[in-house]
Write a new protein. Sequence first.
Length: 220
Amino acid sequence: MRIGQVIPNFQAESTQGPIDFYDFQGDSWVVLFSHPADFTPVCTTELGRIAVHAPHFEKRGVKLLAHSCDKLKSHQDWVDDIKSYCRDIPGDFPYPIIGDETRELAVQLDMIDEDQKDNPETAMTVRALYIIAPDHKLRLSMHYPTSTGRNVDEILRCIDSLQLATRLPYVATPANWVPGEKVMILPSVKDEDLPKLFPKGVDKVSMPSGENYVRTTTDY
C-alpha cells in the first residue's frame, strides 16, 4: 500500500458485528492496524494501550479498527484477556477487531510478512498500521516486525501532524514535533505571501548555502 493510494472498500465480520469499511469510516479518519495473532503478549499490550487511549483518538475524529487472522470467537475471548490485563480500559472495549481467517483481507491490504506470504497455512500479518483520511486515501503507514510493539503516543503525534497539514497544506512538521511547537513553511510559499498566511509572524533561518528555505512559525 502506497501513500496516497485509495483503500478499497471491503466487508468483514468483527467483534462488533458486520463491517462495510466505507460505511464504518463515514466522514472520519481511521486507524486500521493488524496483528500477527490472538493471545500473543506484545499484541495484548498494544490493543490494551490503544483502548486506554481511545478517547484521545475520538477527540481527533479518528475511528479505530483492528485486524487479526483468527476466528471471531478467539477475538472475543482475547478481548476479555486484554481487559483483564489492562485494567484501566474505561467501560466496554472501544473498537472492533476484524476476523480474517482466510487472510484474504490481509493479502489485499498488503499486511503479510514477505518470508511467509506464499504459505497460506503459516502466513502471519505483520504489525501494519494505516492512517486513512476521510477520502479513503492512505496518508501514513507504519510497519513493525512481530518483535516490536508500537508507540501509541507516536501514532497520535502523526495524526496531529497529518490533520494540521490537511488544514494548512502549506506547512509541514519537523522532526520530533509535537503540537504547540514551530512548524516549517513549505518552500513553495513565496515570501510576499507570508504576511497574509501567517499574520502573527515567521522566523527565517540563515543558512551557509544562502538558500532561504528554512522558515518556521507558531501561527497555526
